[in-house]
Design a protein around this ligand. Structure first.
Ligand SMILES: CC(C)(COP(=O)(O)OP(=O)(O)OC[C@H]1O[C@@H](n2cnc3c(N)ncnc32)[C@H](O)[C@@H]1OP(=O)(O)O)[C@@H](O)C(=O)NCCC(=O)NCCS
Length: 176
């Protein structure tokens, strides 16, 4: 039974379990879905993916969740706060809606707002940060809408499909 961790109006974030990796594997194997990520990763097998992506699932520095769409009760993506640094009190927000027909419905925006509030109020972090491919218009909008400041651009920060892309970095300080 999945534990409900965070609940909004459109999504619930629940704990990520072993059985969720099958779906994540399917999404990470879909070129349309990984197209705008700032890395290209097609896992060769579920086992390999679990060793790489899934290691965060068991780390105490990572708070990783599945995203459930409230209307349909379907698992549509995953997200979390990663690399939590307890000394400097910061962590990185990452999010991923893998089910394409659920794009553009405000799910990622609500998910990131829940993670932001959780990071500040529950994990007591001072700073949250994140980054996106400069061509990932949806992700850039989400960070900006939720109050993150653009902190800079890593020019040609990553290489994918024969091309270098800029990486936009965002940060938000807990003012509470
Ligand atoms: C990018 C992504 C997170 C957007 O999720 P989403 O749930 O569709 O986003 P939302 O519905 O909350 O949309 C937020 C805003 O971005 C816009 N938007 C979303 N996807 C867009 C796209 N592909 N092109 C242009 N605008 C887009 C929305 O219209 C909305 O704009 P508004 O604030 O003016 O209304 C999702 O497509 C995704 O996970 N893609 C695959 C993996 C990925 O790129 N993850 C992000 C890594 S940083």
């Amino acid at each position: 039974m999945k534990e409900e961790i965070l609940k909004g109006k459109k999504v619930i974030l629940k704990n990520l379990e072993e059985m969720d990796f099958q779906r994540i594997f399917k999404w990470l194997s879909d070129p349309d879905v990984v197209n705008l990520l700032f890395y290209q990763y097609y896992p060769p097998t579920i086992q390999k993916m679990k060793e790489e992506v899934g290691k965060e699932h068991v780390s105490k520095h990572d708070f990783e969740f599945v995203i459930i769409d409230l209307k349909t009760n379907l698992h549509v993506g995953w997200a979390g706060i990663y690399d939590v640094d307890r000394i400097n009190k910061n962590g990185e927000i990452r999010f991923f809606i893998g089910e394409k027909k659920f794009w553009g419905k405000g799910l990622a925006t609500e998910c990131v707002s829940l993670l932001r509030d959780y990071g500040f109020a529950e994990l007591n972090l001072h700073r949250l940060y994140g980054g996106a491919n400069i061509e990932n218009v949806g992700s850039l909008k989400i960070f900006k809408k939720l109050g993150f400041s653009e902190e800079g651009i890593s020019k040609e920060g990553f290489f994918k499909d024969g091309k270098y892309y800029d990486l936009v970095k965002f940060g938000l300080i807990n003012k509470l």
